[in-house]
Design a protein around this ligand. Sequence first.
Ligand code: NAD
Length: 301
Amino acid sequence: NDHTIAFIGLGNMGGPMAANLAGAGLAVQAFDLDPAACARVAEHGARIAESARAAAEGADVVISMLPASRHVEGLFLGSGGEPGLLAGLAAGTLVIDCSTIAPASAQKLAQAGRAGGIAVLDAPVSGGTAGAAAGTLTFMIGGDAADLARAEPLLRHMGRNLFHAGGAGAGQAAKLCNNMLLGILMIGTGEALSLGEALGLDPAVLSGIMQKSSGANWVLEKYNPVPGVMEGVPASRGYSGGFGTDLMLKDLGLAAEAAIASRTPVLLGGLAGSLYAAHSRAGQGGLDFSSIIGLLRPRGA
Ligand code: NAD
């Protein structure tokens, strides 16, 4: 436990992840552009830094949890003439990016790190904000096995299931496939629940039935999109917190890009992307992605 960890990006996911590291007694130097996000993590014992650069000072591990490729590339590789964090890190530093970004961006980062003797892992996660808070996330990791072995004790404070998907970028590739399926599952589950309601069924009763039937899935088990069916999920707090529609849209965009590049048909993934795009354009991009059921339900969400 003699690590000093810089943690950059303290939003819906990064906040509870950093809190779990600090709560385990590790030295965490945290930074987010949003002061409110910093304040929440400070309550758990993390030291708040004034910039990403300051957070990385004296750290032997840097963890990032940012929205998209451009934020991660901007942070580590620089933007607008500003140098990135990577250039200032000591050789031997371990960088673990947990954001969901393009596999090509992850590979670019790994290559840039290698040039400076810095180990970089792509380690996107699954499990939602509840999994982040409980420390039960699934990590999908791309990079060298030896670097993963170094990261493992730290990742165990935040997650339960660790998978080595392959070389640099492979964690992101796995994450894209998973989230494309999740995006489709949420819409499919929303359709079934909406049809049930239109037929006069109570959504809680129907959810219980499908959970023990062949339609069972993660959405029904952990993330029911109908308000009031399940406690502690975004649907039951006005779709706040959780996984933003615009982040799901980003992931489906990454999947679509990868599908085109690899000549792979992803019919339902493409359709799901268009539906989340329509939902976002209707002004719902900041709400949790389960609010997509509002497009389908007889009375809206
Ligand atoms: P979020 O929008 O809640 O948090 C992102 C945070 O990054 C914000 O607090 C923002 O202020 C901060 N930020 C942006 N640029 C920054 C910079 N340059 N320096 C410092 N801070 C910066 O997003 P989130 O839901 O926590 O998701 C983060 C990543 O995890 C995304 O890539 C998302 O796709 C992925 N993810 C999210 C979930 C989920 O359920 N929310 C689950 C799995 C994976």
